[in-house]
Design a protein around this ligand. Structure first.
Ligand SMILES: CC(C)(COP(=O)(O)OP(=O)(O)OC[C@H]1O[C@@H](n2cnc3c(N)ncnc32)[C@H](O)[C@@H]1OP(=O)(O)O)[C@@H](O)C(=O)NCCC(=O)NCCS
Length: 177
């Protein structure tokens, strides 16, 4: 996985050294409020997540990045693209996603890194389409998607909630860039 930079962030591959910071983020119930899953309880769970993302780099040529603050090298969270095969029925796609430690919410980091992820997907990977899904009540996430140029497509039931489905094509992205 290539490392990329934005104005304030470094986006690099998941490493096993990220376990502690990932655990601190993922043990926070507020972080999981709209994710349809439970906060983690054991560090082993995030160690499995790190291995799973590293596996995706190998098999799909892409996976989420760890986001570090450039000025301090502090852990902000993760974000970027994932080749998603299990979310929508019979449909595999490149998914834009992000999850930040609560200390870094509300500072524009999700939008800044989401925009860089789209640029990477369209210019470096040559993707034609990028999609994203968010809990219909996750205002923060939906705002990030809209500010990054994705458009609402439809709602769909997922687990026990309604999710919103978003899309942007390479043509739309080029026009807006
Ligand atoms: C959702 C999340 C990624 C947003 O990250 P962030 O860095 O705070 O987002 P940004 O600062 O880029 O905000 C983008 C816009 O949304 C707004 N926003 C952010 N959080 C918001 C909230 N909870 N409610 C309403 N608006 C919100 C911001 O004000 C900003 O709009 P503005 O520029 O017009 O002020 C972050 O809250 C998070 O990690 N949540 C937990 C995990 C999660 O839900 N991931 C998404 C799963 S689909």
């Amino acid at each position: 996985m290539k490392t990329i930079e934005t104005e304030r962030c470094i986006l690099r591959a998941f490493l096993k050294e990220d376990a502690e910071a990932l655990f601190a983020m993922d043990a926070d119930p507020e972080v999981h409020k709209y994710l349809g899953n439970q906060p983690v309880k054991e560090i082993a769970e995030v160690i499995d997540d790190i291995k799973s993302v590293q596996n995706q780099y190998q098999h799909n040529g892409i996976g989420r990045w760890i986001i570090l603050e450039k000025s301090s090298r502090n852990f902000i969270g993760w974000g970027g693209l994932k080749y998603e095969t299990g979310l929508r029925d019979n449909f595999s796609y490149y998914d834009l996603g992000y999850r930040l430690d609560r200390n870094y919410w509300g500072k524009g980091f999700a939008t800044e890194t989401a925009k860089a992820s789209l640029e990477y997907g369209f210019t470096q990977l040559g993707l034609k389409d990028i999609y994203a899904a968010a809990h219909s009540e996750n205002k923060g996430s939906i705002n990030v998607l809209k500010k990054s140029g994705l458009k609402f497509v439809e709602s769909f039931p997922y687990d026990n909630f309604i999710a919103h489905w978003f899309h942007i094509s390479s043509e739309e992205w080029e026009k807006a860039s």
